[in-house]
Design a protein around this ligand. Structure first.
Ligand SMILES: *[C@@H]1O[C@H](CO)[C@@H](O)[C@H](O)[C@H]1NC(C)=O
Ligand SMILES: *[C@@H]1O[C@H](CO)[C@@H](O)[C@H](O)[C@H]1NC(C)=O
Ligand SMILES: *[C@@H]1O[C@H](CO)[C@@H](O)[C@H](O)[C@H]1NC(C)=O
Length: 155
């Protein structure tokens, strides 16, 4: 188990060098257990995501081109994903059509940041070798990562 996690992390470190994340926080005790086999419904129910975000989240998870329950992909696909979810989630004072209050959005922000940091740092570790019944878009995720690397090396 430790060995395969190390392999996943080594791969991530080699291929996503330009991405920033806090490994201390990503690999803090309990993080891998917390996010293992994460699905859309687990995210909405077990992480205290407010009702006002449920349909926007399901909709974005369907439409960003990643497998519905693949949070590594949704996270790496950040640009496409945020363009879909933000107009739906943000209330009118932030230019969207959402029904969340600013207080509700503020309470969710650290949860999204923690999950984002975790998946940026570990990519597929939460799904690796765990017999998760989750369909993954591994090749799409790796293609995005590869594109990011290409952009960086041509600069
Ligand atoms: C990284 O995360 C750890 C644990 O959450 C935190 O104590 C530390 O301040 C963070 N480091 C940076 C540079 O944000
Ligand atoms: C909000 O909804 C209206 C009516 O459906 C639509 O025309 C508009 O583009 C939406 N705005 C955003 C930011 O999604
Ligand atoms: C994850 O990496 C992307 C760049 O690939 C970045 O835009 C995003 O802010 C990062 N997420 C976190 C929570 O650090």
């Amino acid at each position: 188990m430790k060995f395969s996690l190390a392999a996943v992390l080594a791969t991530a470190a080699l291929t996503v060098a330009q991405r920033t994340y806090n490994v201390t926080s990503a690999l803090a005790p309990g993080q891998l257990e917390k996010y293992k086999c994460l699905t859309t419904e687990k995210w909405l129910k077990n992480f205290g995501i407010p009702e006002c975000l449920h349909e926007c989240t399901r909709n974005a998870n369907k439409k960003d081109g990643c497998a519905y329950n693949d949070f590594a992909c949704h996270n790496i696909n950040y640009q496409v994903y945020s363009d879909i979810i933000e107009p739906c989630a943000f209330p009118p004072q932030l230019g969207g059509n959402g029904t969340c209050t600013l207080a509700e959005l503020g309470a969710v922000r650290p949860k999204v940041a923690d999950a984002g940091n975790f998946f940026n740092a570990t990519v597929y570790a939460a799904y690796a070798g765990r017999h998760c019944k989750v369909r993954l878009s591994v090749s799409k995720t790796l293609a995005i990562i590869a594109d990011e690397v290409t952009v960086v090396t041509t600069k």
